[in-house]
Design a protein around this ligand. Structure first.
Ligand code: ARG
Length: 471
């Protein structure tokens, strides 16, 4: 054991009190320590400690001069960590003990007053809530807003671009590409709604719940709540130290976002294939093949499509850690951080890559337009015309159109390439006015119902989306 390690273990023992004579064994240290990952909470830990210290002084629980020393020491530690001049120690277990131990080195015995009326149980719950609120939720919301902006910009440029709309991945009816982009804007808008919703519940302050039962000191939990930007203190100390719902809610929202991203990623993979050629992925987001010189692979899209596995894995991991835990804190709960950090890191990368891909992609309008007409995608328009103009019941019209499609198939042509005689042989009352509805342009233009694909609606929706999401 190095001297430094030995000293840290002695310090750790000092923090635990006199009950332990020897330091933990190496294996125990390894399984017990969380500093390897919870050092990411350093800023929130120091923020929480400063708020707690100011409250202890104000309530005359600790002397003001000790409070000053503690605050100055904490500032210095923050600065040391941010400048890379802080040595984290596994023997000191976690971020809380690393910071407190350094504080003792810096300011001496006054450091011991900081942990009055507090436990690591309420401390870690507070730190983690601050991190989820100020880092995870904030980053996700900002990232999704950027992605929505890229999608809305594409929608604005392509309100009139016609592509096939699919059901069962079979060409169904023509739609506009702008409308398709805006579908994802709605999905990511709901994701942001889940983020905002999670923020309202995360925002209650656990600090002052102490180990589990509250504390006999005359603390002011409202003061620390407002200093840390929380709406209020938590109402029940047992719940406060053992609640990780906020992390689960974040992971759930992250999982749904990852699912949405995987769907868009899959469409990108399909669209940029040689068989579709609807979009061209920019060089920035494609890779070549080491053996096939003609290939441009949509690797970023494929990776985004795959990442959901890891992110939902993180969600499952924490859900199972929490399952069946009796009140209040159990060490199982230390396993809460890594899944949240991991999901945050992967998701952030996915959102950024997708934003770049959407902003950079080239839309091949002509290929989309050509595909939009293939597969008799205006068959429903013909049926609607028979209903509107000839007063046919829809079921009968459906039958007539079935025969028409069959004829076009035999002739190897599109519906609008059939002659009037051909059409009248199937239904004598058809007039040449029918041709007005058989083009894909007419088909999309007609779909003006609220939320429909008509270019006029898309243009309106782009404007509305800017108001709703980009303000
Ligand atoms: N490192 C611990 C965690 O992340 C802090 C809380 C420890 N509390 C305790 N009673 N051992 O959960």
């Amino acid at each position: 054991m190095t001297d430094k390690n030995a000293t840290d273990q002695k310090n750790a023992n000092a923090l635990w009190g006199g009950r332990f004579e020897a330091g933990p064994s190496a294996i125990m240290e390894e399984i017990n320590a969380s500093i390897g990952f919870d050092k990411r909470l350093y800023a929130q830990d120091i923020q929480g400690s400063k708020a707690h210290c100011a409250m202890l002084v104000k309530q005359k629980i600790i002397p003001a001069e000790d409070g000053d020393k503690i605050a100055t020491g904490l500032d210095q530690i923050l600065q040391e960590i941010e400048s890379g001049n802080f040595t984290f120690s596994a023997a000191l277990e976690d971020i809380h003990m690393n910071v407190e131990s350094r504080l003792r080195e810096l300011i001496g015995p006054a450091a011991g007053r900081l942990h009055t009326a507090r436990s690591r149980n309420d401390q870690v719950a507070t730190d983690f809530k601050l991190w989820v609120r100020d880092v995870a939720l904030t980053d996700l919301d900002v990232g999704l807003k950027g992605l929505q902006e890229a999608l809305i910009n594409q929608a604005g440029s392509h309100a009139n671009t016609i592509m096939p709309g699919f059901t069962h991945l079979q060409a169904a009816q023509p739609v506009t590409f702008g409308h398709h982009m805006l579908a994802y804007v709605e999905m990511f808008g709901r994701d942001r709604g889940r983020v905002a919703d999670c923020r309202t519940r995360v925002n209650e302050n656990p600090l002052g719940s102490a180990a589990l039962a509250g504390t006999p000191y005359p603390i002011d939990r409202h003061m620390t709540a407002s200093a840390l930007g929380f709406d209020r203190p938590t109402a029940n100390s047992l719940d406060a130290v053992s609640d990780r719902d906020f992390a689960l809610e974040y992971l759930n929202a992250a999982s749904i976002t990852a699912m949405h991203l995987s769907r868009l990623a899959e469409e990108m993979v399909i669209w940029c294939s040689a068989q579709f050629k609807f979009v061209g992925m920019s060089d920035k987001f494609s890779t070549g093949s080491s053996i096939m010189p003609q290939k441009r692979n949509p690797d970023a899209a494929e990776l985004i499509r795959s990442k959901i596995g890891r992110i939902v894995g993180c969600y499952n991991s924490l859900m199972l850690s929490m399952k069946g835990l009796p009140l209040a804190y159990s060490k199982d709960m230390q396993e809460d951080k890594e899944p949240v950090f991991e999901a945050h890191d992967h998701l952030g990368l996915c959102v950024a890559a997708m934003t770049g891909m959407i902003a950079d992609m080239k839309v091949h309008k002509d290929n989309m337009r050509a595909a939009a007409g293939a597969g008799y995608t205006t068959a429903t328009d013909l049926a609607d015309w028979l209903v509107a103009e000839l007063g046919m019941p829809f079921r009968d019209a459906h039958h007539v159109v079935g025969s028409t499609v069959k004829l076009a198939e035999t002739k190897g042509c599109d519906l609008d390439q059939l002659s009037l005689e051909d059409l009248q042989a199937i239904e004598p009352r058809i007039t040449k006015a029918v041709y007005d509805v058989l083009t894909v342009e007419a088909s999309v233009a007609a779909r003006q119902s609220f939320g429909g694909t008509a270019p006029v609606r898309v243009t309106e929706s782009v404007k509305a989306a800017k108001e709703r999401f980009l303000k």
